[in-house]
Design a protein around this ligand. Structure first.
Ligand code: HEC
Length: 98
């Protein structure tokens, strides 16, 4: 049990070391805004609104498009070039939008 708590504490620390950077996410989002709208608020039903969605949900979706598990002719190419850090930063930025 004690070991488990130490392991959990260490993984929290490890996550903190590469904490998501909202400002970097905002900068990266510039290439997404053409479809998903300013700050993730889409003006068109063709493109899902991303503002305020759960960060874990956005991360999972981006990972799925990047890996090919989810495919969409418009979205898949966008995810291909993203790094893990890009995805974490984009997720943090979008989740923080109202
Ligand atoms: C060329 C237009 C286009 C661009 C640019 C684009 N997307 Fe998308 N995105 C889409 C479309 C269309 C969908 C819906 C795809 C589907 O239904 O599978 C989507 C879906 C998503 C989803 C899943 C939403 C959900 O609720 O399932 C996320 C997250 C996402 N995009 C993030 C991004 C990010 C981050 C960027 C910039 C790196 C980006 N998109 C750039 C068109 C685009």
């Amino acid at each position: 049990m004690k070991k488990l708590i130490v392991a959990a504490a260490l993984s929290v620390l490890a996550m903190g070391a590469q904490a998501a950077d909202e400002a970097a996410g905002k900068a990266k989002y510039a290439s997404c805004a053409g479809c998903h709208g300013p700050n993730g608020k889409s003006a068109s039903p063709a493109f899902p609104t991303l503002a305020g969605k759960d960060a874990a949900y956005i991360t999972a979706a981006l990972n799925d498009y990047r890996s090919g598990k989810k495919k969409n002719p418009m979205m898949s190419p966008q995810a291909k070039g993203l790094t893990d850090a890009d995805i974490a930063n984009l997720s943090a930025f979008l989740a923080a939008q109202k």
